[in-house]
Design a protein around this ligand. Sequence first.
Ligand code: FE2
Length: 300
Amino acid sequence: MTQVTELGYLTLGVSDIEAWKTFAAQVLGLEVVASDDPAKCFLRMDYWHHRITLVQDPSDDLLVTGLRVAGQDEFRAMADNLEAAGVAVRIGSEAEAEARHVLEVLMIQDPNGYAVELFHGPHMQFDKPFYPGRRMHGPFKTGGGGLGHVMQNQTAGFEKVYAFYRLLGMRGGVEYKLNLPGVPQPVPLMFLHCNERQHTFAFSGPGEKRINHMMFEVENMADVGLAHDLVIRSGLPVIIQPGSHANDQMFSFYFKNPSGFMNEIGWGGRSALAQSEYYHGDAFGHAPVPGTMKGFMVPA
Ligand SMILES: [Fe+2]
């Protein structure tokens, strides 16, 4: 079966691109790369030309998820499979592919109406090693697991969302029936993977934005601690205290970025399992900071 192999890139619409550049470099440790357009810049975290495109945009939200396929054969097979399944596919122009620094790109929408791009052939810059925006103890963990993971809010329903992403070769299911303080019913959360990363996408219920959070993994636990210190020092709100998830067993914490959604920095995640499991809560920690969760996983 033709399948996507990793979350390759994200495009974010941000209302204050200057604030984001400072945040990306000084808090997240990403490398900021200018573009010809002052309303757009790139963020690097490894040898890829970029992993994130920031676009000046009032939405302060996720605009595009970019999922990689292995090569041109898989790209064409995926386009055919999607069209046969009734998904509207638009093959991007050469200029659109060049703007994304990939060989070929196609555009589709998921059942929530969210923009998804499938691509192959990212532009790799092995002559330009990653230069972090601030000191780091070690690298970001990308490689075969892609840039990290993204949790998206959704309204189409888990069944429809799952069926769509199955077409792309992702698999998984509901892993959490999360017990949250003050919420009477467990909150179901769905997780999908396409490589060794335990999950590449997670889906929550409806939310104020398309995105709930994005996660980057670091190879040295000290970088989680350093990021936590820098978040506190910068005055950004911590939303979920350090702890370990039951599913990916990532040691991580969550904080609010300049666009009002969350970033998670994690370390030590385990790989995707061959068999399904579910959980009511995390292994330890991850207590929500009181008064900060409204509009995220807690119904507003
Ligand atoms: Fe996460």
